[in-house]
Design a protein around this ligand. Structure first.
Ligand code: ZN
Length: 423
């Protein structure tokens, strides 16, 4: 029977290619969230052909939603002949802006050298197309299957997923009993299983000062110099402490197996978009945004305390130092158990297709799995899909057609394993 599935997918190669090209040609750029409606309507039309019931979900009260740029999602659901488990493939349809440096048309989906080029080929319309082809092949080969197959196209992953997967999860669409297993075809490479991601803590630190004439700075109190002291303490204390924290999580690339922090931005004093000369003022405020990525072995309270302790120390040691801290966003780290059914099924399917053990990895950054775990409380969830992660968001992004075909076989086989199981 599986030979039949393999043959069916080999025969669908041209279809897979055309489907990927069609999806890439919708310029679903986020921000602002362009072409979402025609893209989800196209996906629905395609899925209906294979008997999926499709429903649209518009996140009207969510960030970015307007009449011009609706936050519209689609879920296709196809029930089998008998009751059973539900497997859901979730892909985001939004892509980041093309940016500079392209030699191909970013929305042309040109084929060259066995690859499709374009923004979103790798992240992640190639993965979406692959999951559709896999499901369609499975349905053709096993028309009497038990259980349910769902495929969704969701928005705004690149901007946090609030009007996409988070919204759907809040509606109960990513929870048991509706859904049992979720595969997110993000480009993690065709023979790797991504079990989850590190945690995130974003905060804004503001140092306070006192305005005075720039010719007499001693009459004021410079907030930027106070921020300089914060930076110095971070360099001396925080960064070395973070680099010393090693995780058991198999994060790729390996540099991310430690705690990390990026300083996203820093600004103080008068804006630099003035014409002519700036006013000579001592700045009374300076703001820094930090992006701290943390490990399964840490918790967000400790992450916060590390920063607060440094700031409080400065309050003691540095005259007139005062600060405020605003927490912007946080996500807990998540790692699906290796014994989880979806992990085992995809691992078996990878072994069958590639004759090797799969690599288990953790993503350095987050993706929509966070909402499925946190809001949907569904932990049988992984990312698995074709495409080379490093190419995501780059100019001349591409996906290999052979990789997609192989990955479709893995996905179809995984559907077969999960829907055949009686547990
Ligand atoms: Zn992505």
């Amino acid at each position: 029977m599986l030979e039949q599935l393999t043959k069916c997918i080999n025969d669908s190669r041209d279809d897979l290619l055309a489907l990927t090209q069609d999806l890439v040609r919708f310029p679903t750029i986020n921000p602002p969230g362009d072409a979402y409606r025609p893209c989800v309507e196209y996906i629905a039309k395609r899925l209906q052909r294979s008997g999926f019931q499709c429903e649209f979900f518009t996140a009207v009260d969510y960030p970015g939603h307007t009449d011009k740029y609706p936050r519209i999602n689609v879920i296709g659901r196809r029930e089998g002949k008998r009751p059973g488990k539900t497997i859901h493939f979730n892909s985001h349809i939004d892509v980041v802006p093309a940016g500079h440096g392209w030699t191909f048309d970013p929305f042309g989906a040109a084929i060259h050298d066995g690859k499709i080029f374009g923004r979103g080929t790798c992240d992640m319309k190639g993965g979406l197309a692959t999951s559709i082809i896999a499901a369609e092949a499975y349905i053709r080969c096993f028309p009497d299957y038990a259980g349910v197959i769902e495929i969704s196209g969701t928005v705004d992953e690149e901007s946090g997923g609030f009007g996409g997967v988070a919204y759907l999860a809040e509606k109960g669409l990513f929870s048991k009993p509706r859904v049992d297993h979720v595969i997110i075809p993000e480009p993690l490479n065709k023979d790797r299983i991504c079990l989850g991601h590190r945690g995130v803590w974003w905060a804004e630190i503001e140092t306070h000062g006192h305005v005075a004439h720039g010719s007499m700075p001693f009459l004021g109190d410079c907030a930027v110099r106070h921020m300089g002291a914060v930076m110095e303490s971070f360099e001396k204390e925080l960064f070395p402490a973070l680099a010393a924290k090693q995780t058991q999580m198999p994060v790729v690339p390996e540099g991310a197996r430690k705690s990390t922090m990026n300083i996203n931005g820093i600004r103080g004093g008068q804006t630099d978009d003035f014409t002519g000369l700036p006013s000579p003022n001592v700045p009374d405020s300076c703001k820094m945004t930090i992006d701290r990525r943390y490990l399964l072995e840490e918790n967000v309270e400790d992450v916060r305390s590390e920063v607060v302790n440094i700031l409080d120390q400065l309050k003691v040691s540095r005259p007139k130092f005062d600060y405020s801290l605003r927490e912007l966003w946080s996500v807990e780290p998540t790692m699906t158990d290796r014994d989880a059914p979806v992990v085992q099924a995809v691992a078996d399917a990878i072994r069958a297709e590639f004759g090797k053990e799969p690599d288990f990895v953790i993503s350095p950054g987050t993706y929509d799995q966070k909402h499925i775990a946190r809001i949907g409380h569904l932990h049988d969830c992984i990312a698995y899909g074709p495409g080379v992660l490093d190419l995501a968001h780059q100019p001349d992004e591409w996906i290999s057609i052979d990789d997609m075909v192989q990955s479709a076989k893995v996905m179809a086989n995984a559907i077969h394993i999960l829907l055949s199981e009686r547990h």
